[in-house]
Design a protein around this ligand. Structure first.
Ligand SMILES: [Zn+2]
Length: 289
């Protein structure tokens, strides 16, 4: 059935102060949105995510929500700085990132793409097989070139030299091309004695790049997968006090804290190793190719 407004021409007449003009029809905008949304490859489990159904229980959730909405307003002018959401499972990081991506597509026609970081690395790794018709760089191209990239669950991949190099290539390329990158991660901003930290897992250089190219927001919240989608104040208090998942009840890491000077000193770079302060990791390439 043809569009009742434009008869499928994609243009409609509008009256502006008594003058008749043509502009793009709503059906044209809708088709563009649907095609860009398809190219963005947002996983089905996040297809329902919108700003309007994002849980706002804590100040940091409200801040993350506000900054996401502000990014949409600024885009594409003066918006090269992206956002990095970090924090525990279930606080809504991926929900917000997916909602932000959809909003940028819907309102600004952004060419955007969503990748779970492990999945992206697997796509690249799969190109190393003999049957593969695509090169490593072709597999990476959408992530390198999209106007907006969501890199979801950064740090969930197993650490290796190859992983660091590949992630470093993505981060550095997007940084030098001034493209907007949205990152979600469970990594903590602790020092490099902590395996689940940016410094340990990604290295200090990538961490510092990410600080330059993204606004970091530590999102705190309750785990809505445990307390349910619309928790009351009592539900939240009960969860915070009783759940093993609550930050209050979580066992402290067995690793030395940042004040344990002696244990930490052993992990510092050796004398003469001036390349970087990053931890060197012996594994990697061989197992990855
Ligand atoms: Zn139309």
């Amino acid at each position: 059935m043809p569009c009742p407004i434009c008869d499928d021409t994609g243009w409609k007449s509008v009256d502006v102060n008594g003058v008749s003009r043509v502009e793009r029809c709503d059906c044209w905008h809708q088709r563009l949105y649907e095609s860009l949304l398809k190219e963005a490859r947002i996983p089905r489990r996040y297809a329902h995510c919108e700003f309007s159904n994002f849980d706002l229980h804590t100040d940091s959730q409200r801040e993350a929500h506000r900054k996401s909405a502000a990014l949409v307003e600024k885009f594409p002018v003066s918006s090269e700085r992206g956002l990095l959401f970090y924090g525990d499972h279930g606080v809504g990081k991926t929900h917000l990132a997916a909602a932000l991506l959809k909003e940028l597509i819907r309102r600004k026609g952004a060419r955007a793409v969503f990748f779970e970081s492990r999945e992206l690395l697997k796509l690249v790794r799969d190109t190393y097989t003999q049957e593969s018709q695509v090169t490593e760089l072709e597999a990476l191209r959408p992530a390198l070139e999209a106007e907006v990239l969501v890199l979801d669950d950064l740090g969930a991949e197993k650490k290796s030299e190859w992983v660091s190099e590949t992630l470093g290539l993505i981060v550095n390329t997007r940084y030098s091309e001034k493209r907007v990158t949205i990152i979600t991660t469970n990594l903590a901003d602790a020092d490099n004695t902590e395996p689940a930290s940016f410094a340990f897992h990604l290295g200090l250089r990538i961490r510092s790049r990410l600080l330059e190219m993204c606004d970091w927001i530590r999102i705190e919240g309750v785990d809505t997968r445990e307390v349910g989608p619309q928790p009351t104040h009592d539900d939240i208090t009960r969860w915070q006090q009783t759940s093993p998942g609550s930050p209050k009840n979580r066992p402290k890491s067995g690793l030395p804290s940042r004040t344990a000077g002696q244990a930490r000193a052993q992990l510092k770079p050796r004398e003469g190793d001036s390349k970087s302060a990053d931890l060197k990791w012996p594994g990697g390439r061989a197992g990855s190719r």
